[in-house]
Design a protein around this ligand. Structure first.
Ligand SMILES: CC(C)(COP(=O)(O)OP(=O)(O)OC[C@H]1O[C@@H](n2cnc3c(N)ncnc32)[C@H](O)[C@@H]1OP(=O)(O)O)[C@@H](O)C(=O)NCCC(=O)NCCS
Length: 185
């Protein structure tokens, strides 16, 4: 059994609240790594552990969720996932995630973390819709969200600047009615 506090449990990963005292080194290295953040809004300015601590603290005083993604096998912190800008009246929210450890990518761990947060959004928080904005060139990310049933709803042309070019930015959404009515096994 994992030693971390379990907020949401999957087969291979758990999602756990971040502890600002011990979960910072991984996060600090990922968010400052320009390869990792190439298609993310975050990471364009250097971030210190103090800045990250403040960021984590911001979630504690809000309705939004920021969770660490940990492997069940080794309790290794491999990334983070957030459910942000929760809108109480319209029952929607935005999802962002990062598998920060390159060796942990492409192993289905991002898919599992996304599934856990989507099911929490629909079946615990009673949200009606979840969404994500993704740079079109980020094939891993578009594939990940499409796999779970997210539909492309729009395209913001040349909205995102990276690697010296403006890239198109895709808006993805998933309605609760489009998701299996029960949690997936
Ligand atoms: C995008 C990201 C979260 C995907 O997580 P992951 O754990 O590597 O993804 P998974 O292993 O669950 O794979 C999901 C799907 O994408 C596909 N995929 C993963 N990496 C891919 C790549 N580099 N190119 C093409 N497809 C890829 C997988 O094959 C899988 O599809 P399949 O089941 O049909 O084979 C991860 O690569 C990442 O954190 N990247 C850096 C930060 C980032 O870009 N975050 C997203 C901002 S919107």
């Amino acid at each position: 059994m994992p030693k971390k506090t379990v907020f949401l449990m999957g087969e291979k990963v758990i999602l756990s609240p971040l502890d600002p005292k011990i979960d910072l080194p991984g996060y600090e290295s990922w968010i400052n790594n320009q390869d990792t953040t190439r298609y993310m809004a975050a990471g364009k300015y250097p971030l210190t552990q103090k800045g990250i601590r403040e960021y984590i603290q911001h979630f504690k005083g809000s309705k939004d969720l920021l969770l660490g993604i940990f492997t069940k096998e080794k309790d290794q912190h491999i990334g983070n996932i957030a459910l942000r800008t929760i809108d109480d009246r319209n029952r929607n929210a935005d999802i962002g995630l990062m598998i920060g450890e390159p060796a942990s990518r492409g192993r289905g761990l991002g898919s599992e973390a996304l599934q856990l947060i989507v099911e929490h959004a629909f079946f615990s928080l009673n949200l009606h819709r979840v969404m994500a904005g993704i740079v079109e060139k980020n094939v891993a990310s578009t594939r990940l969200f499409e796999k779970l049933g997210f539909k492309q709803e729009g395209k913001l042309r040349e909205h995102f600047y990276t690697d010296g070019r403006y890239e198109d930015f895709l808006m993805y959404g998933l309605l609760r009615a489009e998701y299996p009515s029960q949690k997936r096994d």
